[in-house]
Design a protein around this ligand. Structure first.
Ligand code: CS2
Length: 491
């Protein structure tokens, strides 16, 4: 079986496969973008937009993809010249080869090379998919100076381990070289992601390199963005499908739904990839789109994930076959989520939410609930807690939102009881709480609302909130031991 690499592109093209015409054995675009966190979502989304931009409109926008620590992507894509196959899962699956990644580096072992790419004059953009935890923010959305990586980077001036530390170092070097800062695009599901990112970098600089603080405040551009495309993790089935369908061995192909969206705050520098000419939306109201997406896609997603796991369900598609669960989610959306925010003028919140639920029903996508359930302590403060706070302020119901939060608590307890790893940066704290639970709603809820990274002390002291959580806990507790328990009767 032939291995995917640059010398095979010509044949693939002749066989009718969509391939990057801007990559040949003789030439590749220069690096214009450095990306941190080259996971599946980045390769399904921003790398695809950049591929399309170069394919249709040219430019030197090759990507140097940087993993902070893990070697996996480098090993997989290294022997295939950064190329990989993207499968779009719809009624029919379509395949294309993406060529925008020209190089993969690992910061832990190739630190100097990474810094060198970041300070090249041709590097105009840095994009990030480092997940919520990668920003090292505290519950208030500010740089967490107690975060272990931040602490280490404030002491270590040579080799930073956090993205914030690394970027601040590179920006300082650029200033000393007389270069402009690169523009940094956060592509993670975080409200006001660009604002929080810029604040984190400026705050870090204030502590580590105060001389560049003012320059950063004035010159650094961090547009807010909203990103969307459902991207299940790669599995062997996908590798086999690609072997069988296009006769190629790809170490790490990527799959995603055909729906893809990128909304970017319209403050990008003039010199940029033609992202907006291949579908990205430039607007001044990213916050509205981001809010709508976090509340109408990610909140239901997490709600389905935790409740679904307790019901013994494996994937989002399977969960969408469970009528009771779907009815609950629709009520959650209509009575507690949609009234909680003002959607952008051009968006019909109800229609948008129903389109999202249709996307969840895509039979071609096996999106594991366990994948969505990761990192709850980082995700829920973005996707559920703000809605609870708004509803409490407005005197609106929070009972179904509390079902979602309690499902997370019980999910943690289940993982603990089943001796399964909790994948979350706060895993130790969460497991310790789970170990102390005794099925008494008052006792157990008091422990869970003490997670200060998720619940502010004000919220944790709110009587209506606690009463709703205790009630939901009592109602859902039987699911911990019996996935067939008829949970909905009582809500
Ligand atoms: C999901 C998201 O894993 C998760 O937490 O909710 O990754 C979701 O699939 C994307 O935001 C869709 O754009």
């Amino acid at each position: 079986m032939r291995q995917l690499n640059i010398s095979n592109l010509i044949n693939l093209k002749l066989e009718g496969i969509d391939t990057p015409l801007y990559r040949t054995e003789q030439s590749a675009p220069k690096t214009g973008i450095v990306h941190l966190g080259p996971g599946a979502f980045f390769r399904a989304h921003q790398a695809w937009y950049t591929d399309q931009a170069m394919q249709k409109h040219g430019g030197d926008w090759g990507i140097t993809a940087v993993s902070m620590r893990s070697q996996g992507v480098k090993d997989a894509l290294g022997e295939q010249d950064g190329l990989y196959c993207l499968a779009e899962l719809d009624e029919e699956t379509s395949f294309q080869i993406i060529g925008s990644i020209c190089e993969v580096l690992v910061a832990k072992t190739e630190f100097e090379e990474v810094v060198e790419r970041l300070i090249q004059p041709t590097t105009k953009f840095v994009t990030l998919t480092i997940t919520e935890k990668g920003y090292c923010l505290n519950g208030a959305g500010q740089l967490d100076t107690n975060n272990e990586d931040v602490k280490a980077d404030l002491l270590e001036t040579d080799k930073q381990v956090s993205a914030i530390g690394l970027l601040t170092k590179a920006l300082g070097l650029r200033k000393r070289l007389g270069l402009k800062p690169f523009c940094i695009l956060s592509c993670d599901n975080i409200t006001d992601n660009g604002i929080k990112l810029k604040n984190a970098i400026v705050n870090f600089a204030q502590l580590a390199d105060p001389g560049i603080k003012q320059w950063l405040e004035k010159e650094l551009i961090c547009p807010c963005t909203m990103v969307d495309s459902i991207t299940p993790a790669t599995n062997d089935e996908l590798r086999t499908t690609i072997k069988e369908s296009i006769g190629i061995k790809d170490n790490w192909p990527i799959k995603r739904e055909s729906f893809v969206q990128w909304v970017i705050e319209d403050i990008l520098p003039e010199e940029r990839p033609a992202w907006d000419r291949v579908g990205a939306i430039l607007t001044n109201d990213v916050r509205g789109f981001e809010n709508a997406k976090l509340r109408l896609l990610n909140c239901p997603h997490s709600s389905i994930a935790y409740l679904g796991v307790l019901l013994g369900i494996e994937t989002v598609f399977d969960a969408m076959q469970n009528k009771t669960l779907v009815a609950h989610i629709e009520h959650l959306i209509d009575s507690e989520v949609i009234p909680s925010f003002i959607a952008p003028k051009e968006l019909d919140a109800y229609g948008y939410s129903r389109e999202i639920l249709e996307r969840f029903k895509n039979p071609a996508i096996r999106h594991l609930l366990s994948q969505i359930a990761w990192d709850g302590s980082q995700k829920l403060p973005m996707r559920i807690v703000p809605i609870v706070e708004q509803n409490l302020k407005d005197g609106r119901s929070i009972s179904r939102l509390c079902i979602s939060l309690v499902s997370w608590f019980l999910f943690l307890r289940k993982r603990y009881i089943d001796n399964q790893e909790i994948i979350d940066p706060l895993a130790a704290e969460l497991a310790s709480i789970a170990s102390k639970c005794c099925d008494n709603p008052k006792h157990d809820i008091a422990k869970f609302v003490g997670i200060s990274a998720v619940f502010s002390s004000e919220l944790a002291a709110n009587k209506t909130f606690i009463a709703n959580l205790e009630l939901a806990y009592e109602q859902l507790l039987p699911l911990l031991t019996n996935t067939n328990y008829s949970w909905s009767k009582s809500i």
